[in-house]
Design a protein around this ligand. Structure first.
Ligand SMILES: Cc1ncc(COP(=O)(O)O)c(C=O)c1O
Length: 390
């Protein structure tokens, strides 16, 4: 029996991740700008208090939708931080990272052949999640010239009778682009009068720079009814390994997601939910000091990296969100993959080719600055040597 041939066609057709090879076999001599994960430990105050609470509790299943105490705090957080007001308790679902929320959203809304408009270059999980739910991605190209935003004109061109949803993903991975109020209002204007849903992945919502505040699409006038907001604790609170996220949206859509969640996952980890309660309680009590301290450090590193790349002639526009820069390597004459392979071999610096995020990423590399400034300086010095070598 050839077990390989028994794998479903849908899964077989999903291309292997273009990121993995840049993580295998790395030792301490490499500097990685590859992994999109905060380098800070989960803040001590969260860890200590969560462990204390967990040491006395029975760690059992929770309600399928998540602990009521946590859901209440999430609703208060969304309201106070992003103006997402008026959600009821049955309009929020606690998930296993925002990753599970992405999967659930598509499984809950898509019929076979439904189209989802997705920005390209795009975060690696979106296209497979859409495909696994029977949908079809339709790519809307975003470019350096428009700061990787969605223009209303480009959006109109992507809409067909089969369009079920638009996936918004700002602050953006891999480009670092953000969408501001006016940009989102222009998108809303296109969607008004249609039945197109919006799934908005806002997992980087706490990481915006240059004094810009994140604007949630769900808070745009008239858009709440068609919007599922996804978010999580991984990036804002440096809690990637806890695996905690959530979705908020209209009750019927959240009920559909909860139905799938309760049959396939039962509930998000109770350990993580307790830690999530602590993270939000501390946030309200100390005015988000943990979150802001990490963000300030990212801001410093971002400034350094953007200025350095531009000085090296690897042009990048100002990424105002997440923790990625996405400079153009076109002037080197190499493809993104050649550039990253050679850089890794010759100088032991790991960056991710833009093409790992779709063919629209050709000509760019993604560098993550969730790495301390000393290492970033070393990486830039090695990249400079590399460019001289070419
Ligand atoms: C855009 C985006 N969405 C979602 C996720 C998944 O995050 P989580 O840890 O909440 O599952 C990531 C992780 O890198 C991401 O970059």
């Amino acid at each position: 029996m050839n077990s390989e041939t028994l794998v479903s066609k849908t899964v077989r057709d999903i291309p292997p991740s273009g990121i993995r090879k840049y993580f295998d076999l790395l030792d301490a001599s490499y500097i990685s700008l590859g992994v999109g994960e905060p380098d800070f430990p989960t803040p001590e105050g969260i860890r200590k208090e969560a462990l204390k609470r967990l040491s006395t509790g029975r760690i059992a299943y929770t309600s399928n939708a998540g602990m009521p105490e946590l859901r209440e705090l999430i609703l208060r957080y969304l309201d106070e931080r992003f103006g997402l007001s008026g959600y009821a308790m049955n309009e929020v679902l606690v998930t296993v990272g925002s990753s599970q929320a992405i999967d659930l959203a598509f499984r809950a809304i898509l019929n076979p052949g439904d189209e989802v408009i997705v920005t390209a270059p795009t975060y690696v999980a979106y296209t497979p999640s859409i495909a696994l739910a029977g949908g079809k991605p339709v790519f809307i190209k975003t470019t350096h010239a428009n700061r990787f935003k969605i223009s209303p004109e480009a959006l109109v061109e992507c809409i067909t009778p089969k369009t079920k949803a638009l996936l918004l993903a700002y602050p953006n991975n891999p480009t670092g682009g953000i969408m501001e109020l006016a940009d989102l209002e222009a998108v809303a204007q296109v969607l008004k009068g249609t039945d197109i849903l919006v799934v908005t992945d806002e997992v980087y919502s706490e990481l915006t720079y240059n004094g810009k505040q994140h604007v949630s699409f769900g808070a745009i006038e008239g858009m709440r009814e068609r919007t599922i907001v996804l978010n999580g604790f991984s990036k804002a609170f440096s809690m990637t390994g806890w695996r905690l996220g959530y979705a908020a949206g209209p009750a019927p859509l959240i009920a559909a997601m909860t139905k799938v969640h309760q049959l396939t996952m039962l509930s998000a980890p109770t350990t993580a939910q307790v830690a999530g309660i602590v993270a939000l309680e501390r946030g309200f009590k100390y005015d988000w000091a943990d979150v802001i301290a990490m963000k300030q450090e990212y801001e410093r590193r971002r400034r350094y990296l953007v200025d350095s790349f531009n000085a090296l002639g690897l042009l990048c526009n100002e990424p105002e969100g997440a923790f990625y820069v996405f400079p153009s390597i076109e002037k080197t004459g190499l493809s993104s993959e050649q550039f990253c392979d050679k850089l890794m071999q010759e100088k032991k610096v790991v960056a991710i080719p833009g093409t790992a995020f779709g063919k629209e990423g050709e000509g760019y590399i993604r560098c993550c600055y969730a790495t301390d400034l000393e290492k970033l300086k070393l990486a830039v010095a090695r990249i400079e040597e590399f460019l001289q070598m070419l």
